[in-house]
Design a protein around this ligand. Structure first.
Ligand SMILES: Cc1cc2nc3c(=O)[nH]c(=O)nc-3n(C[C@H](O)[C@H](O)[C@H](O)COP(=O)(O)OP(=O)(O)OC[C@H]3O[C@@H](n4cnc5c(N)ncnc54)[C@H](O)[C@@H]3O)c2cc1C
Ligand code: FES
Length: 270
């Protein structure tokens, strides 16, 4: 795919969102995905790694990936510019179970770049063609500090809508921040979304997930309506190499989205 646009998301410039277009027109109609799926991105000579689609399939003809600069491949990606070509192998994984979520209220809880596929799902649900299929939508999103908040313009637009409740927070703030300050689990406790006919979808750093799950349980969210998206080291992305398994499940092929009920039956190594 060809890089069309690169947006620097964070003040430290370590997270960028890449908008890609299909170099081969035929691939456009073949690449059908649901929010929560991922693709393996590759740069010649630098390797391949998995990244969640940050765009919604309702944005036709382009894919977006939000990439945190971590090592060899992501540094190579960060050095690329519009016009450069990136290898994309996908879509991979299961994605969010849209049919199951339909008719329910949705609580989205995201932190760090783990928010990218939840952003994709939110944009999918907010699309005029889909909004009526879902109940109330609540988004609780947190970053470590204001300089690390992603998708700022889009979040501002979401904040103006009356069909979505947005709660943004940072762990610690400087003078310019007028919003909430507090850790995500505490904000979830404060917002206290009703668990009635509601799915909670959580993605973020492990520490955030660890402290958020007990709050959701206290609020009455059953484990089969609490969904998590996992990040494991991967290679093939196809359930073949055995790199990413937890017990009998392959995170790349059976996941990365699992219910808490499914995960509680697996060895606790995730
Ligand atoms: C399903 C899935 C979706 C992902 N989505 C995104 C995304 O949207 N945006 C994004 O920026 N990243 C995402 N990642 C993570 C990304 O694939 C890794 O960070 C990747 O290894 C980066 O490649 P690299 O060559 O730049 O870094 P590497 O050279 O592979 O690693 C750099 C550093 O990160 C550590 N590391 C690498 N992978 C992991 C891991 N899975 N868990 C813990 N530590 C690790 C390494 O030990 C090393 O210290 C996702 C991973 C998975 C499995
Ligand atoms: S990455 Fe090969 S089995 Fe999952």
């Amino acid at each position: 795919m060809k890089i069309e646009k690169v947006l620097v998301e964070t003040e430290d410039r370590n997270i960028k969102t890449f908008s890609l277009s299909f170099a081969n027109g035929a691939d456009k109609s073949d690449f059908n995905y649901v929010p929560g799926q991922f693709a393996e991105l590759s740069v010649l000579g630098k390797g391949e790694a998995p990244f969640g689609m940050a765009s919604s399939p309702t944005q036709e003809g382009c894919l977006e990936f939000t990439v945190n600069k971590a090592g060899l491949l992501t540094t190579a990606l960060h050095n690329m510019e519009p016009g450069d070509i990136v290898g994309v192998r996908g879509p991979l994984g299961n994605g969010y179970p849209l049919e199951q979520l339909e008719g329910g209220n949705i609580v989205i809880i995201g932190g760090g770049f783990g928010f990218s596929t939840l952003r994709a799902l939110t944009n999918f649900m907010l699309d005029d063609r889909n909004r009526g299929r879902f109940g109330d939508i609540t988004v609780i999103y947190g970053a470590r500090n204001p300089g690390l908040v992603l998708y700022k313009d889009e979040l501002e637009e979401w904040g103006k809508r009356d069909d979505l409740s947005l709660y943004m927070t940072v762990d610690s703030a400087n003078g310019d921040w007028n919003g909430r300050v507090g850790l995500i689990p505490n904000i979830v406790k404060e917002v206290a979304p009703s668990a009635d006919n509601t799915y909670a979808l959580v993605c973020g750093p492990p520490v955030m997930i660890r402290f958020t799950l007990p709050v959701l349980q206290e609020l009455g969210f059953p484990s089969d309506k609490t969904l998590l998206s996992l990040e494991m080291r991967m290679k093939c992305g196809l359930g073949m190499c055995g790199r990413c398994n937890i017990g009998s499940k392959y995170v790349c092929a059976d996941g990365p989205v699992f219910t808490l009920a499914e995960l509680s039956k697996l060895p606790q190594e995730h």
